[in-house]
Each structure stands twice: as C-alpha cells, then as structure tokens.
Design a protein around this ligand. Structure first.
Ligand code: 3PZ
Ligand code: ZN
Length: 702
C-alpha cells in the first residue's frame, strides 16, 4: 500500500495546530472574518483524530465568549456583528469542548427566533439576507440546545420544501439552482425536523450520486470539478437519505486521501492544491461517513462527532430529570429518572453510559453486512451498522455498559412479564420456597440474603467504614426468581420449574425469554461487527444457549438507611446481561469506573430501553479488550421515609455450555499474546459459581 493511501493522522493534527497558532500567516488573515467557523473546523477535525486535547480549551472557550454579542448571537470574530453562521459555530465549538454551560441559552434562542420571517424562512442576521443555509443554522442551533419547540419548525420546513427543484435538489431560495451545499443544508434541516419524507428521496439521491466524477471525487453541481468538501455535502445528504451506498466508497476514499499533503499535513480541495483547515475537516468528516481509516462516526445532520451528540443528549436528559424528578415507585417498567447521588458513596458524576439504537439491526438475517473488505461496496445497512458497531466497541472498552433503544422487543411482552413477576413475589413464602434453588436445580427461587451472608459477616468482623458495614450486615435485601428455558427446538434444554397455577406467568415468561434470546443474538451481531468479525460469527454459539431470566424484588424497607446496598458490588459471569429497570429502581444502579468512583445509571423518564452490561465471559473471550464492570444497587431514600418496593428483570445471556471460549482472533494483542487459556463456557460458569459460594464478595451467581 502506498503511503498516500492511508490517512496521515499525526501530520493533519500537527497541521491544524500549526495553522491555529500562526496568527501572522496569510491563511490566518484570509479567514479573519470567519475565525469562529475556522475554530470549529479545526476543533472538530482534531476531535475526529482523537487530538482535541492539543488545543488550549480555556483559550478557545474564552475566544468564543468574546464573540458573543448583546443581541444573543455570535460574531465570526471579536468586534464583528452577530450572524447565524457563527452562532452555530459557537455552539458547535462549545459542544466539542463540553463547555455548554458557558452559553446563555435563552439569549441565543431569542436571537434565533428574532431572525425567523413570516413565511418560515430565516435571515442570516439583522440585515436580512434570506437563504436556506440560514434555515439550517437556526434549526441546528435549536436542536443542539434541545429547543426545537422554540422556533416555528413546521413553517421553517415548509419554506425549505418551497426551495425544492424538479431534479430533487434544493436551492438557496425558491427557484434557486440546485447545489450540493444547499442540498445538505435542506436535507440536514429536514432530518433534524424528522421530516425527510418532505423530499423526494429517490430522485434526490440520483442527483446526489451523479455528483461522483470519474476520478472518484464529488462535485457540487453538473459540469464542475470534484472538490473534497463535497465529500461531506453530498455524502452526508445521502447518508441521511439512507443511500450512502450509491456512491463508490473506495473511489471516493482514494480521492480524499489523494488530496493530502503527506509531508506537511492538511487536505486541499483537489490534488496538488494548497491545503486549508476547511478541506482538512471536510475530508476527514467524509472518511468518517465512509466508516474507514479509524475515523469515529460523525452525526450527518449536526456535523458533530456522534460521541459529542451523545454527551449533549445525556446533558439534556440529566436536566430534564432534575426538573421533573419523577419518582414513580413500583409502577410501569418504563418510568424512571432521578440523578440523585448517594452521599459518601463516591463523587457525583454524570451518567457516562451511551445510548445506542439497534434500528439498523432489526429485521435482518445478518447477511447484508460485516464481511466487507476495502473493495466492497458500502451497503446501505452497512454504514448504519458500522456506526452502531463503532459506538458499541467504544462503550464496551470504556464503560462496559450500554443503553439500547429500538431494540425490537414489544412493550406488551415486557409489561406482561413484569406484571407476572410482581404477582409471583406477592405469593406466600411457602409457594415460593416450593420452587427454591437446590443442588440439583441451579435456578428457581432465592430468598433474602441467601447469596452473600458469609461475605457480609467477614466484612463486619473487619470493621469497615460505618456505611459499608451497615450495608453488608443485613445481607442483600432482595429475593430472586430464576428460569432457564433454552433455545427453541433444543431437546436437551432444562425443564423449568414453575410455581403452582402459573399458566399466565409461564406464557408471559416464555414469550419474554424468546424475545430476549433474539435480542441477544442481535446484540452478538453488533458485537461481531464491533470486533471486526463477520456479522454472524457468534450465531453458532447460541444454538443451545443456557440464558437465564431473573426477576429481582427489593421489598419496601421500613427504615431504610441512605446508601444501604440493595445488591453488593459484583460483576456478572456470562456473555452479557440485558437488564430491564422499572419503577424507580433505575436510580440505584451504579457502576464503578476504573478509578474506583461510582456513576449512577440514569434512564430518561418513559424511555423504552434496556441496559446492557458485559459479563466476565465476554471480557475473557475478548482478551480484556472489553470490560466487565463492577456494579451495585444502592438505596437512595433519605431519612425516615419508607423506601419503595423496586423490581428489575435481568436476562443473563449464556452461550452454549460446550462452546470453547478461546481468545477471539481479532483480540489477540500486538505481541500475539492471549491472556487466558481456552475454557468451555460451562466450566467458566461453574468456576464463577464456586467462587461465589466460597464467599468472594465481588461475584454473584447467574
Ligand atoms: C472556503 N468559505 O467564503 S469563504 C472557506 N470556501 O469564507 C474556507 N471549496 O479562498 C476555507 N472553494 C477555504 N480555510 C475555502 C469558507 C466558503 C467556502 C471556498 C471554497 C471551498 C472551494 C472555492 C463558503 C461554510 C462556510 C462558508 C462557505 C462554505 C461553507 C476562500 C474562498 C472563500 C472563502 C474562504 C476562502 C481561499 C478555509
Ligand atoms: Zn471545497
């Protein structure tokens, strides 16, 4: 492979830092009027290269603040006038640096609102030029602040619709010629407004893919030369229209890489030209959309890294939760939402658990994606799947926890299982004991404190800190019911033991088990792509799986002490756990970060999501590329009030017991090292089980 055919990451990072520092250069002088946008292009490119920290955060944030104007907008540079273009850049830069608190959101929104015309269009500034670019800026600003409701969005979208042309493209005003830059602003705005159906996706996608020239690059309109920045304008639009596969991805990649200055860094508009920060950013952003060269995914509508968008979303969720603080104890399995922290139980941190949509993996046989080498066309689903996989890999390396939405499990199925679990725990204790776990049946009912008594006593003797000791003295205050049903059609599956007269429960739990088994297979396909394996790599490991449903009941506590553990610190054993939290039980689950501090897992109120955490088996299988994170459940109720009853339902995904768990080929480290010898999944589980029984307080059984 020639040198030009790979992304020279270090050179580009150095180039951007050099240009930002050289305030006496020609380049710097030329971009004086749009300095704030220049900062955004440079910072966003550096973030995609994993090098944002090389910029001086304080200096940049102060510069942004110095561009703020009394009318609420931002100017392109100090002493200039506010404009929507730079107001968007300001928000984007602050988002990149996690400095959104520096923004006067009300003032910005007032400024944005003030520029909307009667017909829905937007002026760029108080002087009044109208352009669909400004509609995009206004809509994108409002979206990043979570305040789309504060502009007249329907009118704004209707105006954009008026700028549509017969070729499917868009112009800057009604009747204006189609141009790829304009198309992006219109498609981006429609996407943010969740109204893509307003454009003719098919016709427009034809127009867009015809922008590809014989040299592989993309142009802005017919008869024009290819230019690196159109890699972004065209491909982001096609990505939003779900037709990214209509361009020849490897030819486009080669064009972008051919515009690099491999010696001094930077990317130019076309091969041989002088690089600039603008084309350096849009070139790297284009590679991000292609999913190549290790560039992390970018949000095609907001032009910010997906990781930054996730952080913004968590920030909004935290604020919404703080505002409503919806404590709906013991109710529906979807509602939850407190961010309260336990005093003395660790530093207060936000929820660092990413949310991932599985939409791209629904209704799929797994044949569409995954296998692709460089020459492969990037399939429609492929790009979306690779994004999910990239997010997944990052989350599994970093936190070991992920929230999933668009998971494909119908809400009625969850509700029915949830209700019958509550009914089960409400039965008399004799009926529950009749299905108790025993030596010959490793599932069934487990009563209060049965798991960690030995460990608790040990800790009491050692005289730990007051909070810890009181927490463990009583053992885990919870009861459990476990069932293993096995894969459909597996004749060797264990026969579940049910309580008497529980036909409804059996039906509901079996349905839930089936749905969670398919969900687990879907998740293993995400895992496969995330690990660089063929998408169906794990399928063979699930043919006779021994996954377990466990319902957990934390009864109401008469005299709860704040910080008391409802479930002591442990890691899960198996491949991963799919957890359904409900009532107010989400605001007690905490995960331990690498530095030993605790993070509250937060669910936004009413969101239909599952929380996934990896187990020890997956950590071992991946040679510790992925982490199995210690977690616990604490009581958050204060003072003398009665703490409410809480329930959750875990699905422990356990692969075939005879599956050989040897280091996954793509996880062997650089020196060819494998940390663990092969073991069967069954042996692994058994080993973990005995460790628990021997009183290791950090492990719980599945
Ligand atoms: C460039 N601007 O009007 S500009 C821009 N262009 O301020 C910034 N592709 O001459 C840089 N061409 C380089 N650093 C170019 C931003 C333009 C786009 C020009 C361009 C890009 C081919 C000729 C408009 C967002 C914001 C602004 C634009 C597009 C998108 C120029 C010419 C124009 C401009 C700046 C420098 C070097 C950089
Ligand atoms: Zn260009």
């Amino acid at each position: 492979m020639s040198r030009e055919m790979s992304l020279v990451r270090e050179a580009h990072a150095k180039y951007i830092c050099r240009v930002s520092a050289q305030s006496d250069s020609l380049e710097f002088a030329l971009s004086e009027h749009l300095r704030l946008s220049g900062v955004y292009w440079g910072a966003c490119a550096l973030d995609l290269l994993g090098q944002l920290h090389t910029l001086d955060r304080e200096f940049v944030v102060n510069f942004v603040k110095s561009c703020a104007q009394p009318n609420g907008g931002y100017a392109g540079n100090v002493g200039h006038d506010a404009h929507l273009l730079y107001t968007l850049s300001a928000i984007q830069v602050l988002a990149l640096f996690d400095a959104m608190d520096e923004l006067d959101e009300d003032a910005v929104m007032q400024y944005v609102q003030s520029l909307q015309n009667e017909d829905g269009s937007f002026k760029g500034d108080e002087w009044g030029e109208v352009d669909t670019r400004f509609s995009y800026c206004a809509i994108c600003c409002s979206s990043l602040l979570g305040r789309l409701d504060q502009i007249n969005l329907p009118r704004a979208l209707a105006y954009i619709k008026q700028c549509e042309n017969f070729d499917g493209g868009f112009g800057c005003e009604p009747g204006g010629e189609s141009h790829a830059g304009q198309v992006f602003t219109c498609v981006g705005a429609l996407a943010i407004g969740d109204s893509l159906e307003l454009c003719s996706g098919e016709t427009l996608s034809w127009w867009l893919c015809e922008r590809q020239t014989p040299g592989g690059g993309l142009n802005g309109r017919p008869q024009k030369d290819a230019d690196v920045c159109y890699s972004w304008w065209v491909l982001s639009s096609l990505t939003l229209l779900r037709r990214a596969s209509w361009v020849d991805a490897s030819a486009l990649r080669a064009f972008i890489l051919g515009c690099q200055d491999v010696d001094d860094g930077g990317i130019s508009d076309k091969p041989g030209d002088e690089p600039d920060v603008f084309h350096t950013f849009f070139g790297i952003a284009g590679l991000s959309l292609l999913g190549t060269d290790g560039v992390p995914p970018i949000d095609a509508a907001h032009a910010l890294p997906v990781s930054v968008m996730e952080r913004l979303k968590r920030r909004r969720e935290r604020r919404a939760a703080a505002a409503t603080d919806a404590h709906t104890a013991g109710a529906a399995p979807t509602a939850a939402g407190s961010t309260a922290a336990v005093e003395g139980a660790g530093e207060r941190t936000g929820d660092g658990v990413p949310t991932v949509s599985l939409k791209a993996f629904l209704d799929d046989d797994g044949c569409g994606g995954g296998g692709g080498g460089d020459d492969d066309e990037v399939g429609v689903g492929d790009v979306a799947k690779r994004r999910v996989a990239a997010l997944w890999d990052a989350a599994c390396k970093d936190v070991g926890f992920v929230k999933i939405v668009d998971h494909g499990v119908p809400a009625e199925i969850v509700r029915a299982c949830w209700r019958s679990a509550t009914d089960f725990f409400d039965r008399p204790i004799e009926e529950k004991r009749a299905v108790a776990m025993s030596d010959d049946y490793p599932y069934g009912y487990q009563g209060f404190g049965s798991e960690h008594l030995a460990a608790s006593l040990e800790e009491e003797k050692n005289g730990d800190s007051a909070a810890q000791t009181s927490a463990v003295q009583t053992g885990d205050p919870k009861e459990l019911f476990n069932v293993c049903i096995g894969a459909s059609g597996d004749a060797d599956a264990p026969t579940p033991r049910w309580p008497r007269q529980s036909e409804e429960m059996q039906a509901a739990w079996t349905e839930y088990y089936r749905h969670l088994s398919s969900l687990s297979s879907r998740l293993l396909r995400v895992c496969a792509l995330a690990l660089g394996l063929p998408e169906t790599w794990f399928d063979a490991y699930m043919t006779r799986h021994r996954s377990v449903i466990r319902a957990i009941n934390y009864p109401a506590d008469e005299q709860p002490s704040r910080g008391q553990l409802r479930a002591s610190t442990h890691t899960d054993y198996g491949a991963f756990t799919v957890l359904r939290l409900g009532g107010a039980s989400a605001d007690g689950l905490q995960l331990m970060r690498r530095d030993g501090s605790w993070i509250d897992v937060c669910l936004s109120s009413g969101e239909d999501c599952f929380v996934i955490n990896l187990g020890d088996l997956m950590a071992r299988w991946t040679n510790d590329r992925w982490v199995s994170t210690p977690h616990r459940v604490v009581n958050l109720t204060t003072g003398e009030e009665r703490s409410s009853r809480r329930q959750s339902i875990a699905f422990f995904c356990n692969v075939n017991m005879d599956a050989k768990i040897a280091c996954i080929p793509t996880c062997v480290d650089a020196q060819g090292g494998e940390k663990y010898p092969p073991i069967t999944a069954g042996e692994h589980l058994l080993k973990k089980h005995w460790q628990t029984m021997a009183g290791n307080p950090c492990k719980s059984s599945t």
